[in-house]
Design a protein around this ligand. Structure first.
Ligand code: NAP
Ligand code: F7E
Length: 355
């Protein structure tokens, strides 16, 4: 009998790679998608609609929403999944400052609704919660407003590092993290958190900074756009490659006991370095001038400004530095990412250059 998985957020970046992986492993995959006035299945059409290999009825889509408990209860009861992956979320940190209540409703209470559906129905299943490195925020006594040009610290965050979230998104995810731990302890559910550091791919949403850069740089070099406007380019992030993280999510639920795991590369780079590496794919280097909001990047040997700052992309508070330590995942799950920063930028640039 093939295992049955239920994925919320199946139409998103992570959900699409996870669905692909589970189908390859022989699972039957059920995905929850939101009703939308335009098509929102672009990331999964190749496995759901267009690929004859998957017309053997192993993938199903159901309308649903994390704000609707009756819908989640019904789906859990009807599908009786062996594994549930809760990846659905309002996942954009800057947007969470604009829609904080909705973000809490979906990202925090949505997780509770799912856990309660498991408890109420009594279905024996494993539960994966998409937790995030945003939980760590900034250490106490650091200025949480964006800053430029500060030296990059040098420490790595583990499952034991303190959480100090600095956005409505992260605060909502903090509730989701702890309610998952609580349901594991109180009701003996096999419920786990994957604390995933940023992971990117050609399927990354176009308003997240890496994809915004790879698309923007490709368009600038093709003469279709003059410049790219950005916010805090001094944030440092630990960026990995999403298909490897989807494999990590699956491994979290295959462990002998339910637990929480960091998935990260252990390497961190600033947004500015990401921009430089993207232009390097075209053999270009940048000359930086000015400071803060006035900083610009010009193509070397040219007067053309290709990077400039725009206040609208700065957040009221921003996480300055993230670098993870995935030693526990290596030891207990045998998970180790192989795609490093330069290769990641290359993969994304090759895709968007063609696009
Ligand atoms: P994403 O591309 O933004 O996908 C989010 C998914 O959630 C989409 O399928 C979206 O549907 C769905 N969704 C949004 N609101 C919903 C609602 N009210 N009910 C049901 N589904 C809803 O995000 P991602 O990068 O794949 O991330 C997946 C999960 O991991 C998220 O929970 C995110 O917060 C978390 N996470 C991501 C990262 C990362 O670096 N990518 C790191 C750590 C944690 P539509 O397609 O209709 O919008
Ligand atoms: O920003 C800075 C921005 O939006 C990265 C989500 O998947 O990963 C993601 O959250 C950094 C921030 O990702 C722009 O201020 C500068 O410091 O790509 P991002 P994120 O906020 O790290 C975590 C782990 C999640 O859990 C989230 O769901 O880049 N930045 N200029 C910019 N960011 C954006 N989006 N746009 C800019 O123009």
């Amino acid at each position: 009998m093939s295992k049955i998985a239920l994925i919320s957020g199946v139409t998103g970046q992570d959900g699409s790679y996870l669905a692909e992986l589970l189908l390859e492993k022989g699972y039957t995959v059920h995905g929850i998608m939101r009703r939308s006035s335009s098509f929102n299945t672009g990331r999964i059409d190749h496995i759901y609609l267009n690929n004859p290999g998957f017309r053997d009825k192993r993938m199903f889509l159901h309308y649903g929403d994390l704000t609707d408990s009756s819908n989640l209860n019904r789906l859990v009861e009807k599908i009786e999944p062996d594994e549930i992956y809760n990846l659905g979320a309002q996942s954009h940190v800057q947007v969470s400052f604009e829609v904080p209540e909705y973000t809490a409703e979906v990202d925090a209470i949505g997780t509770l609704r799912f856990l309660d559906a498991i408890r109420e129905t009594g279905i024996k299943t494993k539960f994966y919660q998409a937790s995030t490195s945003e939980l760590y925020g900034n250490p106490l006594n650091t200025d949480p407003t964006p800053a430029s040009g500060l030296p990059i610290p040098d420490y790595r965050l583990t499952e034991l590092s303190p959480f100090r979230p600095t956005s409505p998104y992260a605060v909502a995810k903090l509730y989701a993290y702890w309610i998952t731990v609580n349901y594991r302890e109180a009701y003996k559910l096999f419920a786990c958190n994957g604390i995933l550091f940023n992971h990117e791919s050609p399927r990354r949403g176009e308003t997240f900074v890496t994809r915004k850069i790879t698309i923007g740089v490709s368009r600038i070099m093709a003469g279709k756009q003059d410049r790219l406007l950005l916010g805090n380019i001094y944030s440092a992030r630990d960026w990995g490659f999403t298909p490897e993280y989807a494999d990590g999510m699956w491994r979290v639920l295959q462990a002998g006991k339910p637990d929480d795991y960091v998935l990260a590369t252990g390497e961190t780079h600033t947004v500015r370095e990401f921009i430089e590496e993207a232009f390097a794919q075209y053999g270009e280097t940048l000359t930086w001038e000015g400071k803060g909001i006035k900083e610009t990047g010009k193509l070397s040997g040219s007067k053309k400004t290709v990077i400039a700052m725009d206040p609208k992309y700065y957040r009221p508070t921003d996480v300055k530095y993230l670098c993870g330590d995935a030693t526990k995942a290596l030891k207990e799950l045998n998970w180790a990412p192989t795609v490093r920063f330069k290769e990641l930028v290359k993969i994304m640039m090759e895709h968007d250059r063609d696009l």
